[in-house]
Design a protein around this ligand. Structure first.
Ligand code: 5GP
Length: 188
């Protein structure tokens, strides 16, 4: 496992803070008069959720959902197993899914479709990072912070084998460390 020194910084803490404030301002404006439910996708979204929610000037409620890593078939089918479901009833509620990163889009697409079956008033997505080159499903991401290249990133909630989530910045994991990451996900 590599120490943080080998991680090349992509986005600094101040840059991230500015973007989170910008997203929060847009959300505050768009949901004025409403009391949305913010749903953080564990574990990666916990840092974003904490920062974003404190900048949204609305009576928000919060909940979390956790999904399993991809298995071999599920990676291609886009089926993701929910390992921790919501505690709140979202029927008739405005739901905003908060995620650290959208890569292939399979996770958020599956979650959106699943949550829509529970008859919410609306479901939208807010991500800090977006890798458009990696997308496999066509899905609308209403709030997107930064577009980044198709590299493996860590920090600000994002991990590599549970490490680096605590870094206040986002950095690129060197290729020699990141190589094989997708394969290891698929064989989990
Ligand atoms: P999806 O491919 O379904 O859009 O993203 C699935 C999940 O893969 C994300 O929620 C995130 O947990 C993980 N992921 C995708 N790209 C990266 C990355 O660059 N770094 C890290 N740490 N996780 C990633």
């Amino acid at each position: 496992m590599q120490p943080p020194e080998v991680i090349e910084q992509l986005l600094g803490a101040e840059e991230i803070e500015g973007k989170v404030r910008e997203l929060a301002a847009r959300i505050t404006e768009d949901y004025r008069g409403k009391d949305p439910v913010l749903v953080g996708v564990l574990k990666g979204a916990f840092v974003m959720m904490a920062d974003l929610s404190r900048c949204i000037d609305l009576p928000v409620e919060m909940d979390f959902i956790a999904v399993s890593s991809y298995g071999k078939e599920t990676a291609s089918s886009g089926v993701v197993r929910i390992v921790k479901d919501l505690d709140l009833d979202i029927e008739g509620r405005h739901v905003l899914l908060i995620e650290d990163i959208v890569d292939t889009g399979l996770t958020l697409n599956y979650l959106m479709n699943t949550l829509k079956t529970r008859n919410p008033a609306s479901v939208e997505v807010c991500v800090l990072l977006n890798k458009p080159e990696a997308r496999k499903v066509d899905m609308e991401v209403r709030y997107s912070g930064f577009e980044i290249p198709d590299r493996f990133v860590v920090g600000y909630g994002l991990d590599f084998a549970e490490r680096f989530r605590h870094l206040p910045y986002i950095g690129i994991l060197p290729d020699e460390v990141a190589t094989g990451v997708e394969e290891s996900w698929e064989t989990e």
